[in-house]
Design a protein. Structure first.
Length: 203
């Protein structure tokens, strides 16, 4: 939803709500019964995160304005550009089967002898860029580049530039521009005029 963390959408079936009546699990903060008492009147039992609720409303407006098919296509383009960058760096994604490649996140393998956690730390400490560490068995072996939400090519190109610099900082043999250039080349070739700005380029 292109929002800061802290909001969850939860729903329950009539069967689940019936089971709730006899559930023995102790609960302190979130209880269906409290919500069932207050929601019919449009209220919440606890203090709501109003900023996130207003943000949700605006996010839905933006998604509807862009159109869901266009949102999906935009995320695919951003992901494809990121994967072109990874190839330009001479690296590989963790996922090897194209069918399972994510349009929300790209996980990049680093060469043996390189600690991917240092890349993540350098990106944040020097370039104010947040990328993700590898989790569990792949910690130290990969880093994650997110490209989900209210993002465009220019935003992601900046992030890829930061990744390049952080990898170079950590001793990787990366030619500046090698990955970013491949992403830019792909995005430029596949870019379309923004729907509301077509008249600016009309002949």
């Amino acid at each position: 939803m292109s929002l800061p963390t802290g909001l969850a959408y939860v729903c329950a079936s009539p069967k689940a709500l019936e089971a709730h009546k006899t559930a023995q699990l102790k609960r302190c903060y979130y209880d269906w019964a409290d919500y069932l008492k207050t929601n019919p009147a449009g209220n919440t039992p606890y203090t709501p995160a109003l900023s996130l609720l207003y943000g949700t409303k605006e996010s839905i407006r933006l998604l509807k304005s862009e159109g869901m098919e266009n949102v999906v296509a935009r995320h695919h383009r951003l992901a494809e550009g990121t994967r072109k960058a990874v190839a330009g760096w001479g690296l590989q994604t963790l996922c090897k089967n194209k069918r399972w490649l994510s349009d929300a996140l790209t996980v990049v393998e680093v060469p043996k002898g390189i600690d991917s956690n240092l890349i993540v730390k350098s990106a944040y400490a020097k370039y104010d860029l947040s990328i993700g560490i590898g989790l569990a068995q792949i910690n130290g072996k990969v880093f994650r580049i997110g490209h989900l939400g209210n993002m465009n090519e220019l935003m992601l190109a900046g992030a890829l530039s930061g990744v390049e610099m952080a990898m170079i900082d950590c001793g990787m043999n990366i030619t500046p521009g090698s990955g970013v250039g491949k992403a830019i080349e792909y995005w430029q070739k596949t870019a379309k005029v923004i729907r509301t700005r077509e008249s600016l380029l009309a002949k």
